[in-house]
Design a protein around this ligand. Structure first.
Ligand SMILES: [Mn+2]
Length: 349
């Protein structure tokens, strides 16, 4: 496995020199963040991320994310131009040595939490999800002030977008995803890039909007929509694990053996009630997911793709981007690597 660390370029308070000081971390996961979804990334922007990473002895081979324009998810006529732009990004990223592109297909809302800075009993702070708080919100009526929410939508823009989704159910959204894959995956095969869809987070419908990447059945359907090793999954343990019905070690083994998980996000969560969860430190005993077992499955199956510690808590007084502080993610990287070496392996660079 290759251990990576997500980074936000100039806007990231964590210097790349600090990232390179974490043992066994060999690369960053990043993106061009200042181009709106549907736009084409300049070669200069891509080259700059790579050069900065390389200067600190870090590789840049995984992009998270190239966002998918809403018109593609909606299946509008205008998707053709946006898909062309997407394919152009794939080609350009390949020119700079990118191997994996993480993306998601969630309508309107990306990942969702009810609190980004919940104080744990030990004083650390976590992202948490409480269904009751989410249920109280109606984005078509009330002004949303959700943590992590894209503030660039105007109230009217959001209402108009939500109304466009009234005719898009699970079936239609899946058809639009299939259409997108049929256009993009052949380009990926051509240039040697693997697409890796991130599961919906949380893995269930939100605000009446359909979500279609949430469990074994939907992951299977997505993989079958275009049968290619370039059509893969970002196996995110915390996202899939937020549904108690998902057996994450089983899913890890299944998709790893199929060679359809070029990228893995590892984090732990503590489940409460049916739907609520608290993000915790990475070790198995800190949450509801058996991270040790998941890593053992990867090890036993000879996993040689990219992995990264996913969200961490805020600890030791650190302030910064919720979920993406330095300290707890560095501990997470060390935990993952410690397990790996304990099983007998070494990190690839
Ligand atoms: Mn994730």
């Amino acid at each position: 496995m290759k251990i990576t660390f997500r980074h936000y370029n100039e806007s990231d308070p964590i210097p790349l020199s600090y990232v390179s000081q974490i043992p066994a971390v060999s690369g960053i996961v990043s993106a061009v963040y200042d181009v709106r979804p549907g736009g084409v990334w300049s070669r200069e922007s891509i080259a700059k991320i790579k050069e900065n990473a390389n200067r600190h002895n870090l590789s840049f081979e995984v992009v998270e994310s190239v966002p998918v324009h809403e018109d593609i998810k909606l299946g509008k006529k205008s998707r053709i131009g946006y898909i062309d732009a997407y394919c152009e990004n794939v080609r350009r990223l390949a020119e700079y040595g990118i191997k994996v592109i993480c993306y998601n297909f969630m309508p309107v809302f990306d990942w969702l939490r009810s609190d980004l800075s919940y104080e744990n009993p030990d004083g650390s702070r976590s992202l948490i999800y409480k269904q009751e708080q989410i249920d109280r919100l109606d984005p078509s009526k009330t002004k949303l002030s959700l943590p992590g929410w894209d503030e660039s939508y105007t109230d009217d823009g959001l209402k108009a977008l939500l109304s466009e989704y009234e005719n898009v159910g699970h079936k239609e959204l899946f058809e639009n995803l299939s259409y997108f894959l049929r256009a993009v995956i052949p380009v990926c095969e051509d240039v040697g890039i693997k697409m890796a869809i991130h599961p919906d987070d949380p893995p269930r419908d939100v605000f009446g909007l359909p979500r279609i990447i949430k469990d074994e059945q939907t992951l299977d359907a997505m993989l079958s929509a275009y049968n290619s090793e370039c059509n893969g999954i970002t196996l995110c343990t915390g996202s899939l694990g937020a549904d108690r019905k998902n057996d994450v070690p089983y899913l890890t083994e299944k998709y790893c053996r199929m060679n359809r998980t070029p990228f893995i996000h590892v984090r732990n969560i503590r489940l409460e009630n049916e739907c609520d969860f608290y993000e915790t430190a990475h070790p198995t005993e800190c949450g509801s997911l058996d991270i040790r077992r998941i890593m053992k499955i990867l090890y036993d199956n000879g996993y040689d793709g990219y992995i990264r510690p996913d969200h961490g808590r805020m600890i030791w007084g650190e302030t910064g981007k919720p979920g993406y502080g330095l300290y707890d993610r560095a501990l997470g990287a060390m935990y993952l690597y410690g397990l790996w070496q304990g099983f007998g392996g070494f990190a690839k660079t």
